[in-house]
Design a protein around this ligand. Sequence first.
Ligand SMILES: Nc1ncnc2c1ncn2[C@@H]1O[C@H](COP(=O)(O)OP(=O)(O)OP(=O)(O)O)[C@@H](O)[C@H]1O
Length: 236
Amino acid sequence: MQIILEAEGLSKTYGEKTALNALHLKLSKGEIFSLLGPNGAGKSTTINLFLGFIQPSAGAARINGVDASKDPVGVKQHLAYIPEQVMLYQNLSGRENLSLLSALAGFEYSQSALDQFLVEAGLQADAINKRVGSYSKGMRQKVGIAAAVAKNAKVLLLDEPTSGLDPKASNEFSELLLRLSAAGTTIFMATHDIFRAREVSQRIGIMKAGSLIDEINAAKLNAGELEQLYLDYMKG
Ligand SMILES: Nc1ncnc2c1ncn2[C@@H]1O[C@H](COP(=O)(O)OP(=O)(O)OP(=O)(O)O)[C@@H](O)[C@H]1O
């Protein structure tokens, strides 16, 4: 099994506050892992450590063997990050944004190649040339996914990707993740969306107050059972 994303005793403290407590996690190639947890549980902290945006207090976050805290530039070559709101230039088209994002990652593509990435990410062909300022949240995310594919990212880090999406857009997004996973992309998603997490993930982690308190095989529970388990954990 090829391990692509690994947290080893990964911890982050801010003064007295433990934002992340000794996280151990290994994701293999093509795996989708979702992290559930209430606000403040440590999900974004985990993602920020993998991005090399913050330094761990202990342990390591590695992507494809590269330690994010020691080589934050190197680690970014292997991953793409899709935040809740994908940041794009409002006055440029989807195609122009993708061209720019690809260039920043060191790739240059023809117009037809750019369009193909966008269409494969699910963007309607007639939207490609329109200003991103007119795009819905789901359309912006498709540009983000196209950028991830265009830079050949081995890992996708997603922070609450389906919040605020309508059910159709959310369903399309799930299908896109499943396609990327089948093509070998490893996906780590922090989410509040229990239903989608169960639908796409092989494993689901439950995080509370900085600790990963359970790891669930998604195939073993239906959505209702998963929600009940989550609520039970949050009571205690
Ligand atoms: N720069 C910081 N300084 C002090 N405390 C911080 C800092 N960043 C995060 N924290 C604390 O660390 C804890 C974990 O925060 P984190 O943002 O990782 O939670 P989260 O699970 O992503 O929550 P949400 O679902 O709201 O995004 C919280 O208690 C938060 O207040």
